[in-house]
Design a protein around this ligand. Structure first.
Ligand code: FDA
Length: 391
């Protein structure tokens, strides 16, 4: 069967839409196929509906991968400034919320509309709402069954993302395809995901809804942001960030006093000897949390009546409150999937499979996972750009 297109892109999410538009504008006849009834669904719900589309502090060390250097090449050739220039060309107003995170002033719909317009400019043949069936490869051509048709091209780009939020149509299809072509897959796991508590730690459930600025740590990773107590465990940006580094069975620690100088409790004892622990902690933390932590460090009565040694122990505990999560809320609640198609089999310059000419993998499907805050979209754009320029 003769080629119907030059390139087939599977998955019309962030990476697939961007790659298809760029390749189309370079003169390629692109088919962009998605089983969902509409493109870019995750973009639409991202950033609370305002799409945190990039991060000004993008750098390779803000990505997790078995090969931490893999993302360097693509990220350096398509930067946040490049995407900002595109966004501005479309007149989309944006702002920096915090920590270099850029959001639309208006709506994530503007980013999807922009990507669709880029596809239109590239005459991309976008088809949604049919299942992708068998994918065959032979005589230098890829044949993809899509609904009742077969689409044929010498290049195939896997851009079907990872399995996080399956109710939105997310699947592990990328991994099935990769394995079929002999590529290895790094065990996928939920990332940027709330952690659950059990046992003694469950007592913190009563704090559901309380949030505080903390430093959360998992291994060597440390994040200074808000943590939020939930009825199942802990969430909030600091916890989502460390969840990507955390492995089952490991502990996580929280510093509840990141802004207080060392020996803060001893100083408080001297300055306010009649105050109770909960009251002193209340100066630095939300009241409910202060009360619960005061109980948990076991200092009853006035600070002035408490031995210095006990106050030092209590402060150390508050600076390193350690717990072992019972698990995470899983792919159902994970913002991204860590792991995925191993970078070992891909070119970091082009995203092409070293052993299968014409096969490419981009976006979240690949074992490159960014921090919270626009890093994952920047990887989607950068990896899509790398592939599109090589197609
Ligand atoms: P993406 O998931 O976007 O697209 C994959 C596409 O493939 C989908 O359209 C899907 O329907 C299709 N597909 C899947 N299986 C298929 C199959 N078997 N056949 C055919 N098609 C198939 N990141 C960030 O940087 N800033 C942010 O603000 C947010 N916010 C955010 C909020 C929420 C709630 C979530 C769940 C995620 C985020 N993210 C984020 C992460 C970000 O959405 C994610 O990293 C990118 O969408 C990944 O882009 P991809 O194109 O790789 O996959």
């Amino acid at each position: 069967m003769a080629p119907t297109h030059d390139v087939i892109v599977l998955g019309a999410g962030a990476a697939g839409l961007f790659c298809a538009g760029l390749a189309g504008q370079r003169g390629k006849r692109v088919a962009l196929l998605d089983h969902a009834d509409a493109p870019g669904k995750k973009i639409l719900i991202s950033g609370g509906g305002r799409c945190n589309f990039t991060n000004l502090h993008t750098a390779p060390d803000r990505y997790l991968s078995e090969n931490p250097h893999f993302a360097r090449s693509a990220l350096s050739r398509y930067t946040p400034a490049d995407f900002i220039a595109l966004v501005e060309r479309y007149g989309i107003a944006w702002h920096e919320k915090t920590l270099g995170q850029l959001f639309c002033d208006g709506s994530a719909k503007q980013i999807v509309a922009m990507l669709l317009e880029e596809c239109r400019a590239g005459k991309v043949d976008l088809r949604c709402g049919e299942p992708v069936g068998a994918v065959e490869h032979g005589d230098g051509l890829f044949r993809v069954a899509f609904g009742a048709e077969t689409v044929v091209a010498p290049a195939l780009v896997i851009a079907t993302g990872g399995p996080s939020i399956p109710k939105m149509g997310a699947t592990g299809f990328a991994y099935e395809l990769a394995r079929k072509f002999g590529l290895k897959v790094v065990q996928p796991r939920p990332a940027l995901v709330p952690l659950t508590l059990s046992g003694e730690d469950i007592l913190f459930r009563e704090l559901s809804g309380v949030s505080a600025d903390v430093v959360a740590r998992s291994g060597k990773a440390a994040f200074r942001e808000a943590a939020l107590f939930t009825h199942r465990g802990l969430s909030g940006p600091a916890i989502l960030q460390v969840s990507s580094y955390w492995r089952p069975g490991e502990s996580v620690s929280i510093d509840f006093l990141p802004d207080q100088p060392q020996d803060w409790l001893l100083a408080a004892k001297r300055e306010r000897p009649r105050s109770a622990m909960a009251r002193v902690l209340g100066a630095a933390l939300p009241e409910r949390l202060a009360g619960r932590l005061a109980e948990s460090v076991g200092v009853a009565g006035e600070l002035g009546q408490t031995q210095d040694k006990l106050l030092r122990v209590a402060e150390a505990k508050l600076r390193r409150w350690e717990f072992t999560p019972s698990g995470s809320e899983g792919f159902a609640k994970a913002e991204v999937t860590a792991g995925g198609i191993s970078t070992a089999g891909l070119s970091s310059r082009t995203m092409e499979a070293k052993a299968v000419p014409g096969l490419y993998a981009i976006g979240e499907a690949v074992d490159v996972t960014g921090w919270l805050g626009g890093y994952n979209f920047q990887w989607a754009w950068a990896s899509a750009h790398a592939a599109a320029n090589a197609l």
